[in-house]
Write a protein of this length. Structure first.
Length: 196
């Protein structure tokens, strides 16, 4: 089983995380940010990842540090669980509908972290959650995991639906990319011989 345990403590957040790629969708999430907890539960369910994650953050300031730092830790956990990426499919893509929203999530576990985000969340808040933090989460995750991640909105008018489609689509795309390809015979999926 490909698993990773990551701890990260700063003056702003204290995070512990266990990630298992071959999971059943079990989510034990407590970030102190309700909307992020909800999105990460969906991420686990739709990617079939098992995640146990707690974050103690300076939410009295705002949610920014907690959301970004959770993205950092999950990205590092993903990279650690993948190791040298031997035998994985490497690429994953999902076009996910959520009511009126339609979002494409497409990624390459390339070793080159970068987010390309074309999403228009029409409101500044979802409940008390700052919608600009959706991009911050994905940017941190992609950078630390070493993946090229495209998230593109094709339709949608409800901020909650758009964000949910992005998280679910990302989960499905990532699940495809990190899956072991039985035909790869444990080889690194690159003509260079390395992804990291």
């Amino acid at each position: 089983m490909r698993t990773a345990n990551i701890e990260r403590k700063t003056s702003e957040t204290n995070i512990t995380c266990t990630l298992r790629l071959e999971g059943t969708g079990k989510a034990e999430i407590a970030t102190g940010v309700g909307f992020l907890d909800h999105m990460l539960q969906l991420f686990c369910k739709h990617g079939r990842f098992d995640v146990s994650l707690t974050c103690q953050g300076d939410v009295q300031v705002d949610d920014h540090h907690s959301v970004e730092d959770v993205g950092i830790v999950l990205g590092r956990a993903t990279a650690a669980a993948l190791g040298d990426c031997a035998g994985i499919f490497r690429y994953g893509s999902m076009l996910l509908p959520m009511d009126e929203a339609l979002v494409l999530a497409s990624l390459d576990v390339s070793g080159r972290g970068g987010l390309y985000f074309e999403v228009d969340l029409p409101t500044e808040k979802i409940g008390t959650f700052d919608t600009e933090l959706v991009k911050e989460f994905f940017a941190a995750y992609a950078r630390e995991a070493g993946m090229t991640l495209h998230v593109r909105q094709l339709a949608g008018g409800n901020s909650h639906h758009i964000a949910e489609a992005a998280f679910k689509g990302f989960a499905r795309a990532l699940a495809t990319a990190v899956k072991i390809d039985p035909r790869a015979d444990g080889q690194i999926p690159s003509s260079k011989g390395t992804l990291v």
